[in-house]
Design a protein around this ligand. Structure first.
Ligand code: GLP
Length: 237
């Protein structure tokens, strides 16, 4: 694991964008796994700037998002599809047919999960997976549990996650109780992983993730087993 310290959240976004830009310059048809949440917003802004300045291009790249809320259509302001359009997809030269995210508003979610895994596989798997870290150690929406799901699946969100994500909704009752998430298998099969962690409130979970045992109770701890992991954080460990 390579641990890179950023001065603050702004600096973290810039460093993450430069890291991704380098990967994209080496491999223009990169398959990227993308996160949402507040942490990567600065990275998306910096990547947008680099793209608009003509330094990088996403025209040959493909992207797969980690997760989506069940029941929210892509035009719902709190959906992750909406977030991606607002912060990234509409700002860079990525081809629409190369953006993918699980749909949470379809009647047959099992079929959607299978479609998503097949699309990732058809693209050759994830080249670079960027991750945020949930306050309980979730990656994507893989919540603490007794087992780890390998494939894309529907998950019941934990009380802690519902509470943490209430800040994006009018109140906690409005937060969907389920989500579709990429499984731990697709994440761990990525050739490289970049984990972004920001804010003192995540110090404990970041410490548990990398200095505690590998355990399904802390899903992010599985990242200890990945052979090409970079962590960029503004938390001093
Ligand atoms: C959500 C997402 C995760 C993300 C996490 C952390 O729950 N499903 O993929 O990593 O939030 O978000 P934040 O960066 O806002 O703390």
């Amino acid at each position: 694991m390579e641990l890179i310290y950023a001065q603050d959240n702004l600096n973290l976004g810039q460093m993450a964008a430069r890291w991704v830009a380098r990967e994209l310059l080496i491999c223009p048809d990169l398959v990227l796994g993308l996160p949402t949440g507040s942490t990567p917003i600065g990275m998306y802004q910096s990547l947008t700037r680099l793209c608009q300045e003509g330094i990088i291009s996403f025209t040959k790249a493909r992207t797969f998002n980690l997760d989506e809320y069940v029941g929210l259509a892509a035009d719902h302001p709190q959906s992750y599809a909406f977030y991606m359009r607002e912060h990234f997809w509409s700002k860079v030269d990525l081809q629409v047919e190369n953006e993918d995210i699980p749909r949470g508003d379809v009647a047959n979610l099992d079929e959607e999960c299978q479609r998503y895994d097949a699309a990732i596989q058809k693209a050759g798997g994830i080249g670079v997976q960027i991750l945020g870290l949930g306050p309980n150690g979730h990656i994507g929406f893989n919540e603490p549990s007794n087992n780890m799901e390998i494939h894309t699946h529907v998950v019941n969100l934990s009380t802690e996650t519902i509470q943490a994500n209430t800040r994006f909704f009018s109140d906690s009752a409005a937060v969907p109780r389920q989500a579709v998430t990429m499984g731990v298998g697709s994440i761990m099969q990525a050739q490289k992983i970049l984990l972004l962690v920001s804010g003192e409130s995540k110090k404990d979970i970041l410490t548990k993730s990398f200095y505690g045992p590998v355990s399904t109770a802390v899903p992010s701890s599985i990242l200890q087993l990945h052979t090409d992991l970079t962590v960029i954080t503004d938390i001093k460990l």
